[in-house]
Design a protein around this ligand. Structure first.
Ligand code: TNX
Length: 454
């Protein structure tokens, strides 16, 4: 029997010899463990899940002739131990070992763009289950863009009545009712994943402008848009109606969201003048802060030095920063915030693996191989940004070229496992190709699509 590894690699793993075959599981999350490990729940179990010790995300896991014992200070830690067990099972048995584990970064995210193409609640739940295997704990939903508005806003119903009906390529539209959204949030929570909703402002707003002409400078609504160019749309910065819109939307979305974060976009507002952008950023910060959430913005929002203290920046520049991206990211840190790193040349899951990949884009310094995704160190990107300034890592999946669940999974797997390892594992943990291959075999067994040619 082959002993498999754990991805992301744990802090400590000591292998013994021999295997143990559990017959029943008990303790917190025993029902979930039973579902994914395929053994029954019983009070008298030889696989025990125990809550003890300090709260946090750490866990210990011991497999010996005496059974399998998981101890963690929180349910999340137990959940992560179960994910490790899923990767260790061989024909119902588990190799003797001791694992001690905890994450490097608090925020380990995946982003899904449901605006360029819409994905059903069932698809999103499936993606949640996919990323949960890797101990990711945030799902950022990019809910609005030029090509579609995907979240019901009760006070502005035309956003979805009209603005949700399109997507890239004329592939149809769709949106989440508020109830759908809550269903996603609750499902994610059951996998210890917090949803971060994004309303992208003030650019990337054509679907909103097309739905409400009063948001445009001349009161004339543009046509809906199904292309993939960026940077042509902007809210009208000098109009108070714009801020009523922003307030209503952010308030409703914040009220539906139990998590601490609200993402307000800010990227690629290429049709907003530099002066207007600063005015908008200040107003956005005020309105956003009033929701009580911690705001997250793409790094361009760091052009403003007036964002609420503690606003989180999401850096999507390259591992070798260009232009103003590093300076913009630095603003968040100067204001007491942290950064989420999503370097586009290594962490963007929509970039082609190589020139022959049938799906995806290829703008971010060429294709992104698995080795590229696996071989970067977060603290070596931005000057003055070390572990303390980094809230975490996120792998975005933009969907201009992706229309089905299988296509999402094909672009995400296996690269997202490499990025999850950067988010979870200790600094300097080596990329382990054989562990990735073993994980790939488990995905195959579970029916999760992956790119097998990399
Ligand atoms: C840049 S990353 C974008 C998106 C595109 C993506 C395609 C960012 C904040 N903006 O609008 O979908 O590139 O890779």
């Amino acid at each position: 029997m082959r002993v498999t590894s754990i991805i992301p690699a744990p802090v400590l793993l000591e292998r013994g010899s021999g295997f143990f075959r559990p017959t029943a599981v008990s303790g917190p999350l025993a029902g979930y463990a039973s579902d994914v490990l395929g053994i029954p729940v019983s009070g008298d179990a030889d696989l025990t899940l125990t809550l003890a010790g300090a709260p946090g995300e750490s866990y210990t896991l011991e497999v010996s002739a005496a059974g399998i014992h998981v101890v963690a200070g929180s349910a999340a830690g137990i959940f992560y131990a179960i994910q490790s067990l899923r990767q260790l099972e061989v024909d119902g048995s588990y190799p003797h070992m001791r694992v001690g584990d905890e994450p490097r970064f608090a925020y380990r995210g995946a982003m899904l763009d449901v605006a360029r193409h819409f994905f059903s609640v069932a698809d999103v739940k499936r993606y949640i289950d996919d990323i949960a295997r890797l101990k990711l704990n945030y799902l950022h939903l990019h809910l609005t863009d030029d090509q579609g508005w995907r979240i019901e806003i009760l006070r502005w119903p035309n956003l979805t009545a009209h603005g949700s009906t399109t997507s890239v390529n004329g592939d149809g539209g769709g949106f989440y009712t508020q109830q759908d959204y809550s269903e996603i949030v609750d499902y994610a929570a059951s996998r210890f994943i917090t949803v971060v909703p994004e309303i992208d402002l003030p650019g990337h707003t054509n679907a909103a402008l097309a739905s409400y002409p009063e948001l445009t400078p001349d009161g004339v609504a543009p046509e809906l848009y199904e292309g993939i160019e960026v940077g042509f749309s902007t809210l009208t910065i000098g109009s108070e109606r714009t801020y009523e819109f922003v307030r209503d939307v952010l308030t409703e979305v914040a009220d539906l969201t139990p998590g601490p974060f609200l993402h307000v976009g800010g990227d690629e507002s290429l049709s907003t003048s530099a002066e207007d952008f600063l005015v908008f950023a200040r107003r956005l910060g005020e309105i956003g802060a009033a929701t009580g959430k911690t705001l997250i913005g793409w790094h361009e929002l760091g052009k403003s030095s007036e964002l609420p203290v503690g606003t989180i920046g999401q850096y999507w520049g390259f591992t070798a920063p260009e232009g103003d991206s590093a300076a913009e990211a630095a603003t968040f840190v100067a204001r007491g915030g942290q950064l989420i790193l999503s370097p586009a040349d290594v962490a963007y899951l929509d970039i082609k693996y190589d020139a022959s990949t049938p799906l995806g884009l290829i703008w971010a310094q060429g294709p992104t191989s698995v080795a590229d995704a696996a071989s970067w160190e977060p603290t070596e990107i931005l000057p003055g940004v070390g572990d303390a300034q980094i809230l975490g890592i996120e792998a975005p999946l933009w969907t201009e070229t992706l229309a089905t669940l299988e296509e999402l999974e094909y672009m995400a797997f296996p690269r997202i496992a490499a990025i999850a390892q950067i988010a979870w594992s200790q600094q300097g943990t080596a990329h382990d190709e054989s562990a990735l291959e073993a994980f790939g075999a488990r995905l195959d067994a579970a029916g999760v699509t992956r790119n097998r040619d990399v």
